[in-house]
Design a protein around this ligand. Structure first.
Ligand code: CMP
Length: 141
């Protein structure tokens, strides 16, 4: 899937605020096609594992608490140059720094409650897709 796919998570705050539809519309309008889709909820230990790379950061505990606080929507999406183009579409981590029109600028509440996740490299897109989806789910379409 190198280059063409990335993983996204619509985070708890956005799901709770009924923003699944508007956010998926933005993703589709930008030319991404959904290849796998899941509504689920992370247990605290699962959120810890997913964000293990940040375990020494001061925001780690808040991030884990938030990501396991309510349901999320996880998707594998496809487009040429997926990782880079998707990160442009979602905008900077902090919505105050995100460009106008980006998903985080429109929908995020704060740096931690920032509405949406996008993988930061092709390698992590594969790892993160493995984390959430089985081989059958990943390779059927
Ligand atoms: P995400 O793209 O899911 O990857 C890691 C998350 O950590 C990031 O979105 C933010 O929600 C959170 N994060 C990153 N940096 C900070 C920070 N300085 N303060 C609070 N939360 C942060």
């Amino acid at each position: 899937m190198t280059g063409k796919r990335t993983l996204t998570i619509i985070k708890p705050g956005a799901v709770e605020r009924n923003l699944i539809g508007p956010i998926i519309t933005k993703i589709n309008d930008a030319g991404f096609v959904i290849k796998a889709l899941k509504y689920t909820k992370l247990k605290k230990e699962q959120a810890r594992a997913f964000y293990a790379v940040h375990k020494d950061k001061p925001f780690y505990n808040d991030l884990v608490k938030f990501m396991s606080s309510a349901p999320i929507v996880v998707a594998i999406i496809e487009k040429e140059n997926a990782v880079e183009d998707f990160r442009k579409l979602i905008g900077a981590t902090d919505p105050l720094e995100a460009e106008e029109g980006t998903i985080r600028k429109i929908f995020a509440e704060s740096k931690t409650h920032n509405a949406i996740h996008g993988s930061d490299s092709d390698e992590n897109a594969i790892k993160e897709s493995d984390f959430f989806f089985s081989r059958i789910e990943r390779f059927s379409f």
